[in-house]
Design a protein around this ligand. Structure first.
Ligand code: G6P
Length: 592
């Protein structure tokens, strides 16, 4: 969600900035732009893709400094005027910003009183003008940044330059990521390290409140009070984000098909020589805790719902929260709670907000993430990586299966219960079967669903958790309204919506709840619904749509989530939609 790239001193900054923006496109964006200095500040920007931006940027650019940005609209529509970089009213400051300035309206009012006017509607343009206003008053950029930092409320990663000193990039950060790359004769900045990896493997990660500047020879960072600090240089050889589709038409399909190898890799990483390989301190802290709280957003929250049940099986009391809810009502029972945060990207702003609260309360915490080096990976007490490989498609698939599989192993390790490993291996076989033999059936259902306006998913217990994820996936990429309903709740309201031909997709994999689910099917069928049942062999009925072989039912979110993912994928495909980049969504949501 918004990407920043900047360079100073680089010979071919256009190559770095435009390719860098492309590498950040996983964050989601609707418009893109670059700015540089050559006699004057020059800005090229437009709504649309980085490829489109490249077509409007001049081929030969002679400049020492360049910033670039991909914008995901929050304040102000995705228009050319709202696209970054922004130039201040008197054209002295050129700035890109990722985050949200909560109090921009009052700051804008103040600036209008000082005779400022604005080209667009963004909160970011307000910051560019605020910097200019104070800089013109005191001509001291460090003091200006300190003042502006005190005035702006919200989240920001900001990079800017001044027309009077075009050899220097200024940076400031709070709650949105910003990383500096150390070069030889040049220095770089970006939202994460990926755009910089062809130029350096030495990085400096800015912490909240810190600010500084870089020119071609030095990087100077100040703490929040403005005192210079020596920052640790991190040496990282980061895996290049693979934009290789390996013959697949879409990343989502490729990533669904990587689920078996992902789960297998997790087993090989966290279970070796017949032993779980988790950090002993982590296991001790988990065992000693009297309550485990799971926090996540979207798909990762759904993984937490399943994970909570796993820990309860090993006598732990648990609760599960959506991060943006918990952040504003941070309760936890017990005296020794342990927090498990789940995040594919490790950068989700709502979770980072929670982490601040968790740290204020001195609560032990773990993040389960796919992204080593991310904000959550760096700042949580413990971090367990999913090792799923980069997930490019906005709709999360392999990371979800991996999160659930890892939570199954972690919970089982508390009791040294090794049966989970065999159960996971059995689940991998089921996923492989689905991949090999079930896609035509799923495609057929997708073709029937593509013209529908509403779809219900029904399940109980683990099947309900899977229904939630299946429904989210479908709405994310097919734009069809769908609801996941616990079978038992049907009669308490949702049944009023059941009418002729309403598609109802039912998961039946849990022996305890299967008979009740069959009852639910009769309830919706008798009201005209068109029912599609996904079941396991021992619980199946002859008319079921998809029957897979039996597996340990608590692993449904691993074993058969791919059915739900394929279904969403094929519906989106049949509707001719942008499967990997659905409208309005971003892979990494770095604003609250
Ligand atoms: C965004 C994505 C979702 C994802 C959620 C949480 O909304 O579009 O697919 O589940 O963020 O992301 P995280 O990286 O924290 O798992």
């Amino acid at each position: 969600m918004c990407g920043i790239v900047g360079s100073v001193g680089l010979k071919d900054p256009k190559e770095y900035v435009t390719k860098g923006l492309k590498m950040l496109d996983y964050r989601g964006y609707d418009s893109a732009g670059i700015a540089y200095f050559n006699d004057e500040i020059k800005i090229f920007k437009d709504v649309g893709s980085v490829e489109h931006l490249m077509s409007i940027v001049p081929s030969n650019i002679n400049t020492n400094i360049m910033i670039g940005h991909t914008r995901w609209a929050t304040h102000g529509a995705p228009t050319k005027l709202n696209t970054h970089p922004h130039i201040s009213y008197n054209k002295h400051i050129c700035l890109v910003h990722n985050g949200v300035i909560d109090n921009y309206k009052e700051l804008k009012k103040f600036l209008i009183e000082q005779n400022y006017s604005f080209y667009g509607e963004t909160d970011s343009e307000v910051v560019a003008n605020l910097i200019e206003y104070y800089y013109l008053l005191n001509r001291d950029i460090k003091e200006t940044i300190k003042t502006v930092k005190l005035l702006i409320k919200g989240s920001y990663a900001i990079t800017f330059f001044i027309d009077s000193d075009v050899d220097t990039l200024y940076i400031l950060k709070k709650a949105s990521p910003l990383v500096v790359g150390k070069g030889k004769g040049f220095n770089l900045v970006a939202s994460d390290a990926s755009p910089m990896i062809n130029y350096t493997n030495e990085f400096i990660e800015l912490e909240d409140g810190e600010f500084g500047y870089l020119n071609k020879n030095e990087i100077v960072i100040f703490n929040k009070d403005g005192e210079p600090i020596k920052k640790e240089t991190i040496h990282k050889d980061i895996e290049l984000i693979s934009h290789d589709l390996k013959g697949y038409p879409h990343y989502m399909l490729k990533e669904i098909e990587e689920i078996p190898q992902t789960v297998n890799r997790l087993i090989n990483t966290y279970f070796q020589d017949d032993q779980y390989q988790f950090d002993e301190e982590l296991i001790k802290d988990l065992k000693e805790s009297d309550h485990i709280l799971f926090i996540g957003c979207g798909t990762s929250y759904h993984a937490g719902l399943v994970g909570g049940r796993y820990f309860e099986k090993y006598d732990k009391s648990t609760s599960r929260f959506i991060a943006s809810e918990w952040a504003f009502h941070p309760t936890y029972p017990g005296n020794k709670p342990f927090i498990i945060m789940i995040s594919q990207s490790g950068e989700t702003a709502d979770l980072i907000h929670c982490l601040r609260i968790i740290k204020e309360h001195n609560l032990k915490n773990l993040v389960i993430t796919n992204t080593g080096g991310s904000t959550l990976d760096r700042n949580c007490d413990y971090s367990l990586l999913l090792h799923s490989g980069v997930e490019v498609s906005v709709a999360s698939t392999k990371a979800y299966a991996a999160q659930v599989a890892l939570l199954a192993m972690l919970s089982a390790s508390l009791a040294n219960d090794k049966s989970v490993i065999n159960d996971l291996r059995q689940a991998i076989n089921v996923i492989n079967d689905i991949q090999d033999s079930y896609k035509p059936k799923i495609m057929k259902v997708a073709n029937e669903l593509m013209s529908k306006k509403n779809i219900f998913y029904l399940g109980r217990s683990f099947d309900y958790f899977l229904s939630l994820e299946a429904s989210l996936k479908l709405k994310e990429i097919s734009y069809i309204h769908s609801e996941a309903i616990p079978g038992g709740e049907l009669k308490h309201g949702p049944i009023a919506l059941v009418e002729q031909d309403l598609p109802v997709i039912v998961f039946i994999t849990d022996p305890d709840t299967a008979p009740s689910m069959r009852g639910n099917i009769e309830e919706v069928k008798s009201r005209g619904a068109k029912v599609y049942v996904v079941s396991t062999k021992s619980l199946s009925a002859p008319e079921d749509t998809i029957v897979v072989k039996d597996y340990a039912y608590y692993l449904s979110s691993v074993a058969i989530s791919s059915i739900a993912f394929y279904l969403a994928y094929y519906v989106s495909l049949a509707k001719g939609l942008n499967v990997d980049k659905p409208r309005n969504l971003a892979k990494s949501v770095t604003v609250e």
